[in-house]
Design a protein around this ligand. Structure first.
Ligand SMILES: Cc1cc2nc3c(=O)[nH]c(=O)nc-3n(C[C@H](O)[C@H](O)[C@H](O)COP(=O)(O)OP(=O)(O)OC[C@H]3O[C@@H](n4cnc5c(N)ncnc54)[C@H](O)[C@@H]3O)c2cc1C
Length: 411
C-alpha cells in the first residue's frame, strides 16, 4: 500500500442510452447480443479488446467442445449450434462434424462427438458481421469500469475508452465479462474459484508446410480421442497434443490486474523458450499468432439464486433455459436453471458464460464454449422480455427459447 489519492468529483456525461447492455464480447456476449437484438431490443456490446470472441478467438482456444452427451444425443441447440456452424462457415480447421451435419448414423455420432476446430480470425470477423447485421452497437476498446444504481437496479454503466470516461444509461445489463466484473461493481454477491488458474499460452506456428495450433500449457483435451482414433473415428483430424504444465508453482486468481500481467509475462517467457527450441531443430519454424488475452478458466462468478452442482446431471429443472453435456466424459447431461443467471441484490442484472452461479466442480463444465453460448442466448432472450429478472415470466422465456430452436429438457 502506497497511501491513496482522492480523485476530484466530476460529472460524467451520459453519451448513450440502451435497452440492453452486454458487457464483454466473448462467446457468451456474442450469443446474448444476438438473442436480445433478434428479439427486438436496442443492444450495446462493450468489448475491452478490438475483436470479438474473447478466449475462443483472441485466446486461440479454437476447439468448439461437444454439443452432445457422448452417447449420440445432441444437447446444445439454438445459438450454441448456430455459432458452431458459423465458426466453420469457411471450413473446419480440423474435425468437420460430418456425423452430425451430414446426417450420419447414431453409431457414427457416438463415435464422433459433435465438436470441431475453427479458425479464430474468420470466426471473430463473421461474428462481428452478424452482430452488425442485427443492429448491435459494438464498442471496442471499451472497458466497463463502474456502475450507478438506484433502488436495487443498475441505471448506468460507466466506461473508459479513447474518449475518456463516459456513461451509458441502461434498462438491463448482461455480465459476460468472464470475471463477473459487473456483478462485482454493482454489489451483487460473487465468489472466487478456490483453485485459481494455471499457466497457458497457446500459439499457432508454421512448420512443415502447414499452420498448426500449439496448446501450450493447460488445455481442455477431450479424453478418449486415442481410442476414437483407433476405432476409425474422425477425431484424428485434431493435432496430437501433449499437454504440459508450464510452471506448477504459478496459480493466479484472474481478477488481480498486476498478478494477471505477471501470469501473462511468465507464459510469454515459456512460449519464447519453446519457440526457440523448435527453431533449433527446424529453422523454418515460425510462430504465426499468439494468444493476446490471458487464458483464465475460472475466476469470479455470481452467487445466484441457484448454484448448480456437478452431481445434478439428468435432474429436471423447472426453469431450464437449455442444456449442456460434460466435455470431459460421456453420459452426463445438465439442464441449466435460469435461477443460476441472477441473484437477489441487483434486479436488472444477469450473468452468462463463465460468470454464472455454479459450484467449483460444475464450473469446469459450464465455462467452455457450448454452455457459454447457451447461457448467453438465454440471458439475451430474458432481457428482451423484461428487466426485473427474479420476477420474469419464465414460461414466456422458455416458450420463446423453444420457438428459436433451444431444447430445454431431457426426454
Ligand atoms: C487454457 C484454456 C483452454 C481452454 N480450452 C477450451 C477448449 O478447447 N474448448 C472450449 O470450448 N473451451 C475451452 N476453454 C474455455 C473457453 O474458451 C472459455 O471459457 C469461453 O470461451 C468463455 O467464454 P465467455 O464469453 O464466458 O468469456 P471470455 O471468452 O472470457 O470473454 C469475456 C470477454 O469480455 C471482455 N471483458 C472482460 N472484462 C471486461 C470489462 N470490464 N469491460 C469490457 N469487456 C470486458 C474480454 O476482453 C473478453 O472478450 C479453455 C480455456 C482456457 C483458459
Amino acid at each position: 500500500m502506497n497511501g491513496y489519492i482522492v480523485e476530484r468529483e466530476k460529472k460524467t456525461e451520459i453519451t448513450r442510452t440502451t435497452e440492453v447492455l452486454v458487457a464483454g464480447g466473448g462467446i457468451a456476449g456474442i450469443a446474448a447480443a444476438i438473442a436480445a437484438a433478434r428479439n427486438g431490443k436496442k443492444v450495446v456490446l462493450l468489448e475491452r479488446e478490438y475483436a470479438l470472441g474473447g478466449m475462443a478467438t483472441l485466446g486461440l482456444v479454437t476447439i468448439y467442445l461437444p454439443l452432445c452427451d457422448g452417447e449420440g444425443r445432441q444437447l446444445v441447440f439454438g445459438i450454441g449450434e448456430e455459432l458452431l456452424k458459423l465458426s466453420i462457415a469457411h471450413g473446419a480447421e480440423a474435425n468437420h462434424p460430418h456425423a452430425w451435419l451430414d446426417g450420419d448414423s447414431l453409431e457414427e455420432r457416438i463415435k464422433n462427438r459433435y465438436m470441431t476446430q475453427f479458425n479464430p480470425h474468420l470466426f471473430a470477423l463473421r461474428a462481428e458481421a452478424l452482430l452488425l447485421e442485427l443492429g448491435v452497437t459494438v464498442l471496442y476498446g471499451t472497458l466497463a469500469c463502474a456502475v450507478t444504481t438506484e433502488g436495487g437496479a443498475i441505471t448506468s454503466v460507466v466506461v473508459e475508452n479513447k474518449s475518456g470516461r463516459s456513461a451509458i444509461a441502461v434498462e438491463s445489463v448482461i455480465d459476460c465479462t468472464g470475471d463477473a466484473d459487473i456483478c462485482h461493481l454493482a454489489g451483487a454477491r460473487t465468489a472466487l474459484h478456490d483453485g485459481g488458474n494455471g499457466l497457458a499460452s497457446w500459439y499457432y506456428y508454421f512448420s512443415g508446410g502447414k499452420v498448426s495450433l500449439k496448446m501450450f500449457g493447460l488445455a481442455d483435451v477431450v479424453p478418449g480421442r486415442a481410442t476414437e482414433r483407433e476405432a476409425g473415428g474422425e477425431q484424428n483430424g485434431f493435432e496430437a497434443v501433449k499437454v504440459e504444465s508450464l510452471d506448477k508453482n504459478v496459480r493466479f486468481s484472474g481478477v488481480d490486474g498486476e498478478e494477471l500481467s505477471r501470469a501473462v509475462i511468465a507464459g510469454h517467457g515459456k512460449m519464447l523458450e519453446d519457440i526457440m527450441s523448435h527453431r533449433r531443430a527446424d529453422e523454418a519454424f515460425v510462430p504465426v499468432t499468439i494468444s493476446t488475452i490471458p487464458l483464465v478458466r475460472m475466476s469470479r462468478r455470481l452467487v445466484g439464486t441457484y448454484t448448480l452442482d456437478e452431481t445434478e446431471s439428468r435432474k429436471f429443472m423447472p426453469d431450464s433455459i437449455g442444456m449442456t453435456g460434460d466435455w470431459r466424459k460421456r453420459g452426463p447431461a445438465y439442464e441449466l436453471p435460469f435461477r443460476a443467471l441472477y441473484g437477489t441484490e441487483v434486479k436488472n442484472l444477469l450473468a452468462a458464460g463463465r460468470d454464472i452461479s455454479v459450484t467449483d466442480a460444475m464450473w469446469d463444465i459450464t465455462r467452455v464454449i457450448p454452455p457459454c453460448a447457451v447461457t448467453g442466448e438465454a440471458a439475451g432472450m430474458a432481457a428482451a422480455i423484461g428487466s426485473d429478472f427474479a420476477r420474469l415470466d419464465v414460461a414466456e422465456l422458455q416458450k420463446r427459447l423453444t420457438a428459436q430452436g433451444v431444447k430445454l429438457h431431457l426426454d
